[in-house]
Design a protein around this ligand. Structure first.
Ligand code: 1HN
Length: 353
C-alpha cells in the first residue's frame, strides 16, 4: 500500500517493474489487501425480483432455446460485484432453471454438488442415481457430487427452480469432472419417494453405510419443513438474529446435506425485526412466504415470495417482515466449519460466540 510506505520513489518503481518481468512481486505493496482485518469481499448485496423482472426473461429463454439444445436451460444469477465469474458469492453459483411440460434435461454427472429449490410449478421430477422425486414449490432437492441426475416435466405446467452449486469451490481446487449419460433419462431403479421414507423417518436400514459424504435423502419436502417451523413458532421464542431457523441435515452424520453446501429454512413472525447478524458465509436467500425487507451491509432490499437475494460474507444482516415470512437459504458454511474458519457476530455489539 503506497499510503503506508509513502509515495513510490522512482527507484522503487523501477525495481518493481524490473522484478515483475521475472514473475516477482513485493508483498509489502499488497499485504493488507491479502490479509484484511475483516472479510472484504467484492461481492455485493443484490436482489432479483422474480415476478417483476426475472420471470419474463426465464420464460423468454424457454421460447428461444430448447432444454435439449441448452442441456440445462438456466439463467445465471451473477453477482454484479463479480462480473464474468458466474458466481453469486465468491464460493457459490446460483441460477434459475426452466423445464417446460414434456421436456427432459438429459442425464449427466459432475463432481460439483447441486441443490434445487422449487420456485414455481408442481410435478416435474429430478432423478438421482435411478430414483425419481416429484418436486413441489418449496421443496429442497439434492443432486450430490458425482451422482447421475436428469430432470423431466411430465406435468402440464412449466417449472422453475433455483439451482445452487459449489462450482466456484470446485474451480478453486481445479477438481471439476463431468460426464454425459448414454441415455436421455435414467432407468428407474427405486420407487418415487423411496429415500425420503427410507432415510428420513429417524431410522436407517440397520447395516446401511453411506457411500459418500452427502445425505441419502433426495427431497426435503416443504410440507415437512413448514410443519416443523410451525411447531417451533407455536411453542418458543424466536432467536433474536434468526427468528425460528432450522438447518437441513444429513441423517447419517448430523452434518450438512452435502459436504460443501449448508441449507436452512427460517420463519420470521409477523412484525418481527431481527438483531444485526454477521457471518463469514455469504448466503443466498429465497422467499417462500410473506413480505418484508432486509438491510444487508446498509443496503435495503424489499422482498416478496419468489424473490432471490444475496447477503455477502460479513455484511451485517437485519430482516424485518410485515407478515409471517419463510425464507430458504444456502451457503458455504458447511465447508468453512470443516476448515475451522467459520465465524459469526451476533447483535449490535458485534460480540462473537
Ligand atoms: C447442472 O447439472 C444443473 O443438473 C443445473 O440441473 C445447473 C450449472 C452448471 C453445471 C451443472 C442440473 C448447472 C449444472
Amino acid at each position: 500500500m503506497t499510503t503506508q510506505l509513502g509515495a513510490v520513489s522512482e527507484e522503487r518503481q523501477r525495481f518493481y517493474e524490473e522484478i515483475e518481468t521475472h514473475s516477482l512481486s513485493p508483498l509489502w505493496q499488497r499485504l493488507h489487501a491479502l490479509v484484511p482485518k475483516t472479510p472484504a469481499t467484492p461481492a455485493v448485496p443484490m436482489k432479483w425480483d422474480y415476478d417483476g423482472v426475472v420471470r419474463q426473461h426465464v420464460f423468454r429463454a424457454g421460447d428461444i432455446v430448447t432444454a435439449e439444445e441448452a442441456e440445462r436451460r438456466v439463467l445465471i444469477l451473477e453477482n454484479p460485484g463479480l462480473p464474468g465469474s458466474a458466481s453469486i458469492t465468491h464460493s457459490l453459483y446460483a441460477g434459475l432453471q426452466l423445464v417446460k411440460p414434456g421436456e427432459i434435461a438429459r442425464a449427466h454427472r459432475h463432481s460439483q454438488s447441486a441443490l434445487r429449490f422449487v420456485i414455481e410449478g408442481c410435478g416435474a421430477y429430478t432423478a438421482v442415481d435411478g430414483e425419481r422425486t416429484v418436486m413441489r414449490p418449496g421443496d429442497f432437492v439434492l443432486t450430490p457430487s458425482w451422482r447421475w441426475h436428469d430432470h423431466g416435466n411430465e406435468s402440464n405446467e412449466p417449472m422453475v427452480w433455483l439451482d445452487g452449486l459449489d462450482i466456484p469451490i470446485l474451480s478453486f481446487f481445479d477438481a471439476g469432472f463431468a460426464e454425459t449419460g448414454g441415455t436421455l433419462s435414467q432407468q428407474e431403479q427405486r420407487p418415487v419417494g423411496d429415500s425420503t421414507v427410507r432415510y428420513g423417518n429417524n431410522m436407517l436400514p440397520v447395516d446401511w453405510k453411506p457411500g459418500d459424504l452427502a445425505s441419502p435423502i433426495l427431497n426435503y419436502p416443504y410440507e415437512r419443513s413448514r410443519e416443523t417451523l410451525d411447531v417451533l413458532a407455536r411453542s418458543g421464542d424466536p432467536d433474536i438474529c434468526h427468528g425460528h431457523k432450522l438447518r437441513f441435515v444429513n441423517p447419517a452424520s448430523g452434518g450438512s446435506p452435502m459436504p460443501t453446501i449448508a441449507a436452512f429454512i427460517q420463519l420470521l413472525p409477523a412484525g418481527f425485526s431481527t438483531a444485526p447478524y454477521q457471518s463469514t458465509d455469504g448466503a443466498v436467500f429465497t422467499v417462500v412466504e410473506g413480505e418484508g425487507e432486509s438491510e444487508i451491509g446498509g443496503i435495503r432490499i424489499s422482498w416478496k415470495p419468489r424473490d432471490i437475494f444475496v447477503a455477502p460474507s460479513w455484511h451485517p444482516v437485519v430482516h424485518r417482515c410485515r407478515t409471517t415470512a419463510t425464507l430458504f437459504s444456502f451457503s458455504d458454511r458447511a465447508v468453512q466449519e470443516k476448515l475451522g474458519i467459520w465465524r459469526e457476530a451476533r447483535g449490535n455489539s458485534g460480540e462473537k460466540r
